[in-house]
Design a protein around this ligand. Structure first.
Ligand SMILES: NC(=O)C1=CN([C@@H]2O[C@H](COP(=O)(O)OP(=O)(O)OC[C@H]3O[C@@H](n4cnc5c(N)ncnc54)[C@H](O)[C@@H]3O)[C@@H](O)[C@H]2O)C=CC1
Ligand SMILES: O=C1[C@@H](O)[C@H](O)[C@@H](O)[C@H](O)[C@H]1O
Length: 334
């Protein structure tokens, strides 16, 4: 069976997913697209031989569409995810599920009323080979209890439209989800340290910053967010446990030795750095849709990440620890 996919918002991420689905991923085909920018929808549809729909509602209800991928802006996600749930269609929604926890709650309510997990959130790092090996080692218990995790998330630059809160709810949200998954527990508080700001980009940003999270059992996670670091897309993670430490290897690229120097390239963006993770993530989703099953992060994960980010954004505007407010996890998502 080929899963017929409708793509809403085929911009940078959406087109990267389309190219993966049409070149290296098995079992799916993007047959329909829609975009608030109708010219973009038309151009993408022509390029891939798909139908351009006038709006997302029409795409979601089309009998030619089995499952939906949403790659539009975060604030536009909720209405389309709810429409997919109402239509009973599996939906893969890029992160963030929603920019606020309240909106994610509405999605969880609708999904539970539908009685079936239909929503997968695009937190791709759970599918990265390095993070998966780290988790397997930590879960084995060989290193003892995890005590601290040091993370860094650096982008070469961000555009001027990147607002001050996005350091937390657009960028750090990746570590928030990955650390919840890696540690297998929720965060209870957030704090932000604000070091000297880079002079090289926009004054409206606190760049860099360090988000500090504490988990239920007391594990401390620090996450350096530096989105105008100039030198590359640089992702780091080291977990320190009672009897050892484990970290992601530097990059998925080659080492060069020449002219009495050793060097390696640094990836430029998320698609280059996490190519393999995106392929595995989307392949597993398409295969699960074909089997009628759910895979990947749930609406609960989207909600929990939004709750932590809400606390982090608040902590960026005030001194001290901010408690993470979260409902109890519904049995539906156990
Ligand atoms: N997993 C990851 O590492 C990454 C995830 N993302 C996420 O992917 C999503 C899209 O980001 P990008 O592709 O970078 O943005 P983009 O600006 O390149 O593409 C977004 C597209 O959605 C369209 N759009 C906006 N509102 C819409 C609506 N209401 N209905 C239909 N189409 C709409 C825009 O016209 C545009 O074509 C965001 O949620 C972002 O957070 C983005 C970059 C990396
Ligand atoms: O999700 C992503 C972007 O939306 C975000 O703006 C970047 O900071 C992240 O590195 C990227 O993975």
């Amino acid at each position: 069976m080929t899963v017929r996919i409708g793509m809403i918002g085929p911009g940078g991420m959406g087109q990267a997913h389309i190219d993966r689905i049409h070149t290296v991923i098995a079992g799916g085909r993007v047959v329909a697209v829609s975009d608030v920018n109708a010219d973009n929808a038309q151009a993408v549809a022509e390029r891939i031989g798909a139908v351009a729909h006038a709006g997302s509602a029409e795409l979601i209800s089309s009998p030619e569409v089995d499952a939906v991928m949403i790659c539009s802006f975060g604030p536009a996600h909720e209405v389309d995810v709810l429409a997919c749930i109402a239509a009973g269609k599996p939906v893969f929604c890029e992160k963030p599920l929603t920019p606020t926890a309240d909106a994610a709650l509405r999605i969880m309510d609708a999904e539970q009323a539908a009685g079936r997990k239909l929503v997968t959130v695009g937190f791709m790092r759970r599918f990265d080979a390095g993070y998966r090996q780290m988790k397997a080692l930590l879960d084995s218990g060989d290193l003892g209890e995890t005590l601290m995790v040091h993370c860094a998330h650096r982008n070469p630059t961000v555009p001027e439209i990147y607002t001050w809160d996005m350091a937390i709810n657009d960028t750090a949200i990746h570590e928030v989800d990955t650390m919840r998954w890696l540690l297998g527990e929720e965060f209870v508080s957030a704090r932000v340290d604000t070091p000297k700001k880079t002079s090289l980009r926009f004054p409206h940003l606190q760049d860099p910053l360090v988000l500090i999270l504490t988990s239920e059992s007391g594990v401390r996670v620090d996450d350096e967010i530096f989105v105008n670091c100039q030198f590359g897309y640089d992702i780091r993670c080291e977990a320190v446990a009672e009897k050892g430490a484990v970290s992601l290897a530097d990059q998925n690229v080659i080492d060069v030795r020449s002219g009495f120097r050793a060097s390696n390239a640094i990836t430029r963006d998320h698609n280059e750095r996490f190519w393999g993770a995106f392929v595995t993530e989307v392949q597993e989703w398409i295969s699960a849709v074909a089997r009628g099953e759910h895979t990947g992060s749930t609406s609960w994960d989207g909600y929990a990440a939004a709750c932590v980010c809400d606390a982090g954004v608040q902590a960026l505007t005030e001194d001290g620890e901010v408690a993470v407010e979260m409902i109890e996890k519904p049995a539906f998502y156990a």
